[in-house]
Design a protein around this ligand. Structure first.
Ligand SMILES: NC(=O)c1ccc[n+]([C@@H]2O[C@H](COP(=O)([O-])OP(=O)(O)OC[C@H]3O[C@@H](n4cnc5c(N)ncnc54)[C@H](OP(=O)(O)O)[C@@H]3O)[C@@H](O)[C@H]2O)c1
Length: 254
């Protein structure tokens, strides 16, 4: 199958392209780096010629509320319109577990707009809701750092390895469209504060993690289990400790 991966040069996208290629599919990475810009529409019609499936794992370069809303609204509208013209039979998008519960977050509101545009379009679709990527612990720590403290909520998270997010997205993309949403999460539940503390400790980062239930996450105050998938979600296997053992040797510093 020809599968176009919008955002195919990103963290998840590059893994999806590799995995689909290994399974014998023609996986094409599409992003500004490869001459495809979903905001302007440049290169979109050309890359979709003959495509069976489109996977959208792109992300907004800016997480500022208005910019991220504009990104997911314009990009999704342009992608879906180009898919309709090209006769694409399956649109797959990656979103976040709990988007609909985090209405105080501008980022999550923009992801809900993306999801609703997909649901309203006539293109058969599948939406994958994933939990926080292990890889993301460094940006969460950076965003929550005040002086030499990292202030984070005690709300629950069930993070997972980006590699397994990519596998899940790839699997869904080669199956029949779900016309619905599937959830995937990691094997363990932590508090958000403990998740980040474990990552920083493994990297011998001196910052102290302080539990602060008033500290916002992407603009939203968490109250408990908003970021945790339902009991029937798919479960990834890689534990955070196993992932960290590799990351401390070969990953970038937090
Ligand atoms: N972070 C998490 O924990 C988490 C959890 C669940 C779901 N997600 C979702 O996962 C998705 C992928 O995240 P990621 O971390 O893999 O993203 P990423 O590494 O930041 O990659 C973003 C990709 O989007 C592309 N892109 C940016 N502007 C574009 C444009 N105008 N047209 C086409 N492509 C464009 C980039 O292309 P260039 O390389 O050419 O700039 C890049 O390939 C996001 O939608 C996010 O909401 C994230």
């Amino acid at each position: 199958m020809k599968i176009v991966v919008i955002g195919g040069t990103g963290l998840i996208g590059s893994k999806v392209v590799t995995k689909l290629g290994e399974h014998g599919h023609e996986a094409v990475a599409a992003s500004p780096n490869s001459g495809v810009d979903t905001l302007t529409g440049e290169g979109l019609d050309e890359v979709l010629v003959g495509a069976d499936v489109v996977i959208d794992v792109s992300n907004s370069p800016s997480f500022e509320d208005a910019a991220v809303l504009d990104f997911f609204t314009r990009a999704t509208t342009n992608i879906l319109a180009a898919e309709a013209k090209a006769g694409v039979g399956h649109h797959v998008a990656l979103s976040v577990v709990g988007t609909e519960r985090l209405t105080d977050s501008g980022y999550m509101r923009a992801k809900v707009v993306q999801e609703n545009l997909i649901k309203k379009s006539k293109i058969p679709y599948s939406i994958v809701h994933a939990t926080q990527f292990f890889e993301f612990f460094k940006s969460i720590a950076r965003g929550a750092t005040v002086g030499d403290e990292v202030r984070l909520s005690s709300a629950s998270v069930q993070p997972m390895a980006a590699d397994e997010v990519a596998s899940a997205v790839g699997r869904v993309s080669v199956g029949a469209p779900l016309n619905g949403t599937v959830e995937i999460g990691g094997p363990e539940v932590f508090t958000l504060a403990d998740f980040i503390a474990r990552g920083l400790k493994a990297h011998q980062d001196p910052r102290a993690v302080v539990v602060d239930d008033g500290a916002p996450y992407f603009g939203a105050i968490l109250s408990g289990r908003e970021l945790v998938p339902s009991d029937d979600a798919q479960r990834a296997e890689t534990t955070f400790d196993a992932w960290l053992a590799v990351d401390v040797v070969s990953g970038p510093k937090p």
